[in-house]
Ligand binder design. Sequence first.
Ligand SMILES: Nc1ncnc2c1ncn2[C@@H]1O[C@H](COP(=O)(O)OP(=O)(O)O)[C@@H](O)[C@H]1O
Ligand SMILES: [Mg+2]
Length: 300
Amino acid sequence: MSAQPSPEVTTHQEVTPPHEPQEVHFEPAHPTRDDQLPDTPDAVMACKNVDVRYGDFRAVTGVNLIFGYNEITALIGPSGCGKSTLLRSLNRMNDLILGARVTGEVTLHGQDIYARGIDPIEVRRRIGMVFQKPNPFPKSIYDNVAYGPRVIGMKPSNMDDLVEEALTQAALWTEVKDKLKQSAFGLSGGQQQRLCIARTIAVRPEVILMDEPCSALDPIATGRIEDLMEELRQVYAIVIVTHNMQQAARVADRTAFFTALAAEGTGDRTGMLVEYDKTTKIFENPSDKRTEDYISGRFG
Ligand SMILES: Nc1ncnc2c1ncn2[C@@H]1O[C@H](COP(=O)(O)OP(=O)(O)O)[C@@H](O)[C@H]1O
Ligand SMILES: [Mg+2]
């Protein structure tokens, strides 16, 4: 990983006896970048008062969030608090789930992606998604990357160049350049996930959504993906759902913490945004007690 551990972390090596409460502290990977971040991001996307329901069940409510250009935003919180649901609302993936309904406003460059006349396919091209489990198509490595451009009718002057460029951006080119015609299933899990990222990039999105992209990967493959995210951040806005708080602390510029609260009457647990801030603030000095409890491992 590109991060340099801070001196404090490397010099304190004493082992805490198991009976003593562990002080949990997640060191952000890039402590200096945080100081350079503006207090408010220059928004590529925004949520205004977003609710998502499945039938009568309100899974997430009242979300107001901004996603910045060239920033990685992490969505964290306990299982079931609506992170995946909210993420899917950012590129109209919930349209594909029967009974799911999004209200409020989700904007890309200020334009409501749910407005009448907006093509959801075009939304999903501009706002790509990478899933938890690598899901390459049963095709060759080359055809996985070329698939999206072909389907949407992109006419690159040279498809080979486009494929090479996407694979290079996804930090996979050198590993696969001699076996482009081989099945994607022959790749390792980590390589498959980078292939899925290449496939997403190939249609030239502006935003990449990632739902726990490393949870099926080993630590080395996870490190590769995290390094890659750092690279991609130069070009794209990235929104990542992660249950791994160290990962959020390592990669994200800003972090949004969600929790699920039981609604009066029904007892349904509805997800809501508790706190959104620069990642160092969330991990070192959160404003809300619930955030503090969660990141220090007392809850969730
Ligand atoms: N397709 C679905 N239909 C009905 N309920 C769903 C569906 N997907 C998720 N939910 C419910 O919505 C809530 C939020 O789920 P999810 O977004 O998956 O949370 P998270 O990603 O934070 O674990 C949960 O109560 C979950 O059971
Ligand atoms: Mg989820």
